[in-house]
Design a protein around this ligand. Sequence first.
Ligand SMILES: N[C@@H](CCC(=O)N[C@@H](CS)C(=O)NCC(=O)O)C(=O)O
Length: 247
Amino acid sequence: MSGLRIVACVNTPSPWSLAARALFDYKQLPYQLGEQIIADENRDLKAWTGQNSAPVVAYRSSSYQEKIATTAEAITLLAERLEPRRPLIPSDPQQRAWMFGLLQALAGEDGFGWNRRLMSLSMAGVDKLPDNIRSMALKYDYSDSLAAVAEQRVAEILQLFSQTLEQQQARGSDFLVGDALTALDLYFAIFIGIMYRPLSDKYLPIPSAMRAGYELPSELLDAAIQPNIYTHRDRIFQQFLTPFMAY
Ligand SMILES: N[C@@H](CCC(=O)N[C@@H](CS)C(=O)NCC(=O)O)C(=O)O
């Protein structure tokens, strides 16, 4: 197929997939949706893209040029290129670099989502997991030693976001970077909304086993979080994301 296509996790509210879709929805760019089945081989996806995770954002502009984006950074850049009139990347070079750095800390390897996933897999006990979930854990670098430091890493990142919001508020901005909405605010609301003390089912229906893992409170994380984390999540959700997110 040509044009814009997004392969997203089905039957599971995956923050990576929902945030990628949110960018293109915000930009009002229509796309063809494809399915990734969580913890499945997803053979066709692997044959096509060389990996079997979601999201994959694909854009074919001609028979010899197809862009395949799988990371938050690449997906954000592609969205901006396809519809620059509703910008989600700051034009100021310093702000732009800061936004991509924070986006990496939130959604990239060894970031907030990555380490929350290691925490939830280790709580479930990796040896007791079904084979397909264990394979997924290994794909995302699971090891007992990395799981042991995951909570500390998540706490550091939450502190970074709390401090950033505090600084932004002090200079009169309601957004994480600069003075306008960026891709980072959308990613932030969705990642925080799902992966720690998740939003209620009214806003984001989350299967009960997954919800239970992310609802488990942590003293260390609660100590790292200021209320501005939740206030910002709710404001971005209400103003810029559909109140009810389907997946
Ligand atoms: N490719 C992304 C990571 C995306 C990711 O972590 N996807 C997960 C979201 S839960 C996924 O597809 N899991 C389902 C699976 O692996 O079957 C990146 O490099 O940042």
